[in-house]
Design a protein around this ligand. Structure first.
Ligand SMILES: Nc1ncnc2c1ncn2[C@@H]1O[C@H](COP(=O)(O)OP(=O)(O)OP(=O)(O)O)[C@@H](O)[C@H]1O
Length: 379
């Protein structure tokens, strides 16, 4: 017999994380048995799904872990697949013991800051701002999740270079796609085929949003960013119902016409009892080689929205930054490599980084937010 106990091997295996769920395989109930022979240790491993694409990683990590406590043995990893019951109990464990689906970010005591990125009209750069803010926060060491809830233009996966990836599903729990240190799920990944055109009305959209909030295993997140569809439609209403504690970031261009519809997106958030955390002005100017700034879309849009919303809500709604038009920002979106990663010293990247710092550095304010209190006697 190898001079090692089963407890020691189990202890060593507790250092191996499932590559997708990022929790120890011992906690997940994946280690079904350990057999210690003369020169051989066999670990029976239950995969969450058959054909698990990360079998090789698990095999390698388990072998390495066992060799730390029994350096001279032959390690055999015998792989099976969880049955329905085992998968259900793992799912329940991941949901923190809850059998019912619930939105973890809406629970009292949730430490995740939720920011919904909204705009009045399309094409103003909402998704570009979302991926770059996410990456800027992840680079600062925060655990970031992104939900692409933009039903009409779910461009987040392409902007991060994972447009063709599909999430793994365990029972009815979905594993978000890991990318550049973040976790991402897109409404496009929930459709049978990402190019399929869907004509979803309110209830379908609500179900899709709820699925991304509660059926996706997010683990502990510091920040969750939601890229909303433009306008004040069904998704914004659903979000307000499921996540009244979300804070809303409004993206606009400097154009007066864009600014007046952006104002409506902000007002909508407030009607849903969400706080508007600030305004990002995108495509603010184009810097000529001479240093002169060309204001292609005019000027003053974000300042006007900020002033109106501040007066309307009675708390400060600041302009958090003005992002210039930059070719590299657009190229980054097209190539799946955001500018924060490729050109961190560019003006646009620095401003986006500054906005990310303002958002991640602040503690949650209560003004404008629903506190979940009901008058006595009406509970
Ligand atoms: N500051 C900028 N400089 C240059 N190009 C930009 C800038 N901001 C966004 N873009 C480009 O403009 C286009 C629209 O941006 P994006 O898709 O982020 O907008 P959106 O508001 O999310 O649009 P949608 O309405 O589809 O959700 C993209 O091609 C993007 O790369």
């Amino acid at each position: 017999m190898a001079a090692v106990t089963e407890e020691q091997v189990r202890e060593a295996l507790s250092t191996v994380n499932d590559p997708e769920i990022k929790r120890p395989i011992t906690d997940l109930g994946m280690v079904d048995g350990i057999t210690i022979g003369d020169n051989e240790i066999t670990v029976r491993l239950l995969l969450t799904v058959s054909g698990c694409p990360l079998k090789d990683t698990l095999n390698r990590d388990i072998t390495a872990a066992v060799l730390t406590v029994a350096p001279d043995v032959n390690v055999v990893v015998d792989m099976g697949v969880m049955n329905d019951e085992q998968r259900k109990s793992m799912q329940q464990m991941l949901r923190g013991g809850h059998t019912e689906r619930e939105v973890p970010f809406a629970q009292v005591g949730s430490l995740t800051k939720v920011f919904a990125i909204a705009s009045g009209k399309g094409g103003v750069g909402k998704s570009t701002v979302t991926v770059n803010l996410g990456l800027a926060m992840a680079n600062r060491g925060l655990k970031v999740g992104i939900i692409d809830a933009d039903i009409y233009g779910h461009s987040i996966p392409d902007m991060l270079g994972v447009g063709d990836l599909r999430p793994t599903q365990v029972e009815d729990m979905i594993m978000p796609v890991p990318v550049k240190g973040m976790k991402v799920i897109s409404i496009g990944m929930l459709k049978p085929n990402k190019n399929q055109v869907v004509a979803w009305r309110g209830p379908m959209l609500d179900r899709a949003l709820l699925q991304m909030l509660s059926d996706v295993y997010w683990g502990d997140l510091d920040v969750l960013l939601l890229d909303l569809p433009p306008g004040t439609g069904d998704v914004a209403i659903s979000l307000g119902q499921h996540l009244p504690n979300a804070e809303v970031l409004v993206v606009t261009t400097p154009q007066p016409a864009a600014a007046s519809v952006a104002e409506r997106a902000g007002t909508m958030a407030s009607m849903m009892h969400q706080r508007v955390v600030g305004i990002v002005e995108n495509m603010s100017y184009f810097q000529l080689p001479s240093g002169e700034r060309m204001e292609i879309f005019g000027s003053g849009g974000a300042a006007a929205v900020a002033e109106t919303l501040t007066a309307r809500f009675g708390y400060d709604v600041p302009v958090l930054g003005q992002v210039p038009l930059e070719e590299k920002l657009r190229e980054g979106g097209d190539s799946g490599e955001p500018i924060i990663a490729t050109n961190p010293d560019s003006e646009a990247a620095k401003i986006l980084q500054g906005i990310a710092d303002q958002l991640s550095g602040r503690s949650r304010g209560l003004a404008g937010m629903q506190l979940g209190l009901a008058p006595a006697g009406r509970l």
